[in-house]
Structures are given as C-alpha cells and as structure tokens.
Write a protein that binds this ligand. Structure first.
Ligand SMILES: Nc1nc2c(ncn2[C@@H]2O[C@H](COP(=O)(O)OP(=O)(O)OP(=O)(O)O)[C@@H](O)[C@H]2O)c(=O)[nH]1
Ligand SMILES: [Mg+2]
Length: 295
C-alpha cells in the first residue's frame, strides 16, 4: 500500500474544487463561477486496492484585502507542507503574476510539485503547447499534466502520476472516511453555493451560511439556517422582490440537501446582517467560518 497527502493549490477560480469533486466522484467542495469560493482546507480521501491518497482542496491564494482573505491565504499556504502539491493553473487565462508568486513560494520551500494545467477543454492545442514551453523550465516539476476537471479529461493520467510519486505506506484513514467536513458544515456550504450561483458579484465575499438547527424526524430533516451578510443592501438582494430570490435559493438548496442526506428536507432560511464580520477576528470565530467544528 502506498499513501500520501496531496494538496491542490492555486489562484482562486482555477478549478481546484472541481478537480477534487471529479476525483472523488461526488460533491466534497462547493464550486462557483465566482472568485474565492472555498473557505477551508477540505479533505477528499481516495482509496483503491493499493493506494490511499488524501487530497486537500484549499482556498485560492490571492492578494489579501480583508482579514478573511488573509486567513484563507494562510490556510492554503499551510497545506504546502503536504507530501505533494498539485499546482493548478487556468490554461484559459494562462500563467499570471499571481501564479508566479505562488510558484516562487513553492520553489523557496523546495516542494515536490506536479504542475496541472486545467480547463484544456476550452483552449487550442497550440496554446497548450506554448503554455507548457513557458512553464517547463520555471521549476523542476515532478511532472506536468494537462487536464479538464470539468470534462473529466486526463484525470486518470494525473492519478497515475500522483501514485508514482507517493512515498508513504501507512493507511491514514479507514475506508468509510471520505472527508473531514461534517454534515452541518456541508449543508451550510450547499446553501452558500446556491447564493453564489444566483447573485451577482457584489454578494460572494460577504456571505456565509450557518446551519443553526437540524432535527431528524421520521424520514425527514427539518433544517434552520442563517444566511449572513455584512450590509443591508445585500440582504435585500438575497431576499429579492417579494422574497422571490430567497425562495429560489431555498428550493435549489433543498433539492441538493435532499440528495446529499437522501431524505426529505424542510428548509427554513433567515437572512441576517452582521456589519464587518469579515474583518473581525472574533466574529469570524463566532460565525464558525474559520474555526469550524471539524478543525
Ligand atoms: N471550462 C472549464 N471550466 C472549469 C474547469 N474546471 C473548473 N471550471 C470552472 O471554473 C470555475 C471555478 O471552479 P472552482 O472549482 O470553484 O475553482 P476553485 O479553484 O476551487 O476556486 P476558489 O475556491 O475560489 O479558489 C467554475 O465555474 C467551474 O465550473 C475545466 O476543466 N474546464
Ligand atoms: Mg474552491
């Protein structure tokens, strides 16, 4: 048996969470078109006959303007300590300054890095070759693997490359453990995903979702959750005209949660304003965003 911890790192929006979901064949981490979706290091534990790979999805690394972004960057940087780092680059946008900063840090720390060029479904072969040429001498990568996380293209090759580079032979988790996140956290995330999908750019960074109560009755789960924003105008956006937006978010989230829990769900959502929660260390803790139950 070979095993190891493998971090998935990169700029926001390059497709890290899409990749972990594709490898795990289930939703471990929420995904959105918006920058800065992931807020914790999330494990996806892959098992087969001969291997156990603990994938760690991380928040996108970016220039930090708020306390929240600072904490998210730190989480991602902490994950550099794992055995292998998958450094994801968005092949559509190419190699950007922010990618360079991340690679510089990986180089300084002499990390074992596999360069992964994601979203190749959207680019021409020549562009991919140019990108590989641009990057191949930037570092002594363990390997360079072009993939499409979305279309499940070349993920099997990536898995094989990872397997060839694993160094441990300890089984860290029993087969039934799939992730480090608990039910309550995942339900909050499924709600947040629907908020992100349904609103424009002003909302994403300022919203979080907290499950306040779950009650299981015969074949049914009754769930209460708060959608927390830091400004009243965002609250109005999320509620929408005559509550239509909140209804839509609630319905889509309920369907996802029913699928996740495999049960009928009754979901009640409340929208609350807490000013400046992103910049207050204590309120981050209170809100369970960073210091969440599973850490
Ligand atoms: N075309 C294409 N789009 C992709 C691919 N992988 C991810 N995406 C899209 O890219 C967007 C961002 O994906 P995420 O998986 O949330 O990205 P992330 O790196 O986890 O982002 P953060 O959590 O914000 O750091 C979503 O709209 C995905 O559907 C891919 O292989 N091809
Ligand atoms: Mg993510």
């Amino acid at each position: 048996m070979k095993s190891g911890f493998v971090s998935i790192v990169g700029r926001p929006n390059v497709g890290k969470s899409t990749l972990i979901n594709q490898i795990m064949q289930r939703k471990i981490a929420i995904v959105s078109t918006k920058v800065g979706t992931t807020r914790n290091n999330i494990f996806g534990i892959y098992n087969d006959k001969d291997y156990q790979i603990v994938f760690v999805d991380t928040p996108g690394i970016q220039k930090a303007n708020t306390k929240l972004e600072e904490v998210l960057n730190k989480k991602a940087l902490d994950s550099f300590d794992n055995d292998i780092v998958l450094f994801l680059i968005d092949a559509i946008t190419g190699y950007k300054d922010n990618d360079k900063k991340i690679l510089k840090k990986l180089k300084e720390d002499k990390k074992r890095v596999i360069l992964v060029l994601n979203k190749i479904d959207q680019i021409k072969k020549e562009k991919l070759l140019t990108l590989i040429n641009e990057l191949k001498n930037e570092y002594d990568f363990l390997d360079i693997v072009p993939i499409s996380s979305l279309k499940n293209d070349n993920i099997d090759t990536l898995l094989q490359v990872i397997k060839n580079n694993l160094q441990d032979n300890v089984k860290y988790f029993s087969d039934d453990v799939i992730t480090n996140i608990d039910e309550k956290y995942m339900i909050g995330e499924l709600i947040r995903e629907k908020v992100l999908e349904n609103t424009y750019d002003e909302v994403p960074h300022s919203v979080t979702c907290l499950v306040t109560n779950i009650e299981f009755t015969k074949g049914k789960a009754i769930i209460n959750a708060d959608i927390i924003v830091d400004r009243d105008n965002l609250k109005s956006i999320i509620i929408g005209k005559n509550g239509t937006m909140l209804k839509k978010i609630g319905k889509e989230a309920r369907l996802d949660i029913e699928n996740y829990l495999n049960k009928k769900v009754y979901l009640e959502l409340y929208v609350k304003t807490i000013p400046n929660w992103r910049d207050k260390k204590n309120s981050l803790k209170e809100l369970n965003i960073i210091e969440s139950d599973f850490e």
